[in-house]
Design a protein around this ligand. Sequence first.
Ligand code: NAD
Length: 475
Amino acid sequence: MKLFTDLFIDGTWQSGSGRVAVRDPATGEVIAEVATAGEADCDAAVAAAHAALPGWAATPARERAEILRRAFELLTAEAHDFAELVTRENGKVLADARSEVTYAAEFFRWFSEEAVRIVGDYRAAPGGDKRILVTHEPVGVSVLITPWNFPAAMATRKIGPALAAGCTVVLKPATETPLTALAMADLLQRAGVPDGVVNVVLPVPVGAQVNRMLHDPRVRNLSFTGSTEVGRVLLHSCADTVVRASMELGGNAPFLVLEGADVEKAVAGAMVAKMRNGGSACTAANRFYVHRSLAEAFTHRLGEEMRALRLAPGLEEGAQLGALVSTVERDKVAALVDDAVAAGARPVVGGVVPDGTGAFYPATVLADVDAGAALLEHEIFGPVAPVVVVDDEDEAVRRANDTEFGLIAYIFAADDAAGTRVAHRLQTGMVAVNRGVVSDPAAPFGGMKQSGLGREGGFAGIHEFLETKYIATDL
Ligand code: NAD
């Protein structure tokens, strides 16, 4: 696949102000030197998005929908190439990259369908003095910031609704994984997106440049996916000029195995909830609270399944667990495990950084983890499953809710009714009952508490890019 390594501004490729190396985390080798954006490049991107806004907002919804539909078709046709690119810059195994690209394409399809269904409202005021006319307008130029863990899907989850709503965008991908976003810009141009509607820049230094864009009066909206720590900083920046903000932030997902649950089903669910994307997912199960009667069997079977995974470079045939995105991220995971083990946790499998090059960390199960362990307060973001024994449902729910995060929770219970009853007690934006995955472009994705503000996907997603206008009329 051709690599795009320049900035994409106003429909043209521009060489930017510097270069940054993108590495293959499985080997440490440099894949490409990608252009970085200084002040003038970021200004040019915002100016292009601003100039393109009136034309794009006025484009009939049906035309916008058809362009997004073509983007869906192109991405589906080119899924193999995109998946390889994702694996090369991110490290995840090809099977995970393939399912990410399918998921990414589905956001284009879903929002092509949503573009023509932005409904308003027209009714008589209760007092009888006027009519209430409610319409929705595109919020305007939107800055989109995405993380490295899903380089394709996090971009399309924002670009899809933004374009469907009639907004123009400046996308800033993660520094570790910009190649997929740049290839996506090329795909969108081929799908018929007009110049200036989608721009992609890699600002350096990131904090100062993004802050500058958020203080530019032409920018009206920020959609951010990343850590809670960076999200808080960006919310402060947005406050100065009251830029609207959607935040998809960190998770610390509890995985509850309640009394009476089927252990085999719970282990199968755990393997997906924990190991999809090698554990580098905001939705990844991070803390396993298992009823005392099932704890030994669950831990043993989970250990067996984790031990059987083949750790290898993502592009290698049969690889089931690839590299983390960088050795820096790998070392963070290793430090969390080492601390937990020093505090008494017992590695059932894994727990040791393998020899050799590449940012690899083995599938790890930790038993006898103390309920107060630091590991349980952090997003591990790697292939590590800490198991804590609990005595009853109340304790499981209390521990699950005892965190500043509230993105997602998993429940395995005796049946769906029992699981759904407990789901209502959990302080998370999403709950998976007796299953290991929730993500669906047609469903609202997002968190409570410090896991975020707003929702992506579903019927809510497009409204993150729309403003409501009320017209009082005697019509
Ligand atoms: P991160 O917060 O370090 O970076 C996210 C993005 O923000 C990157 O593009 C990065 O370059 C940029 N960034 C970093 N500092 C910035 C600053 N000062 N100003 C502006 N931009 C800045 O997160 P990450 O390590 O790339 O990704 C992992 C995090 O993302 C995890 O916490 C994970 O839970 C979260 N995440 C959340 C969701 C969700 O939907 N809730 C989805 C995926 C990932």
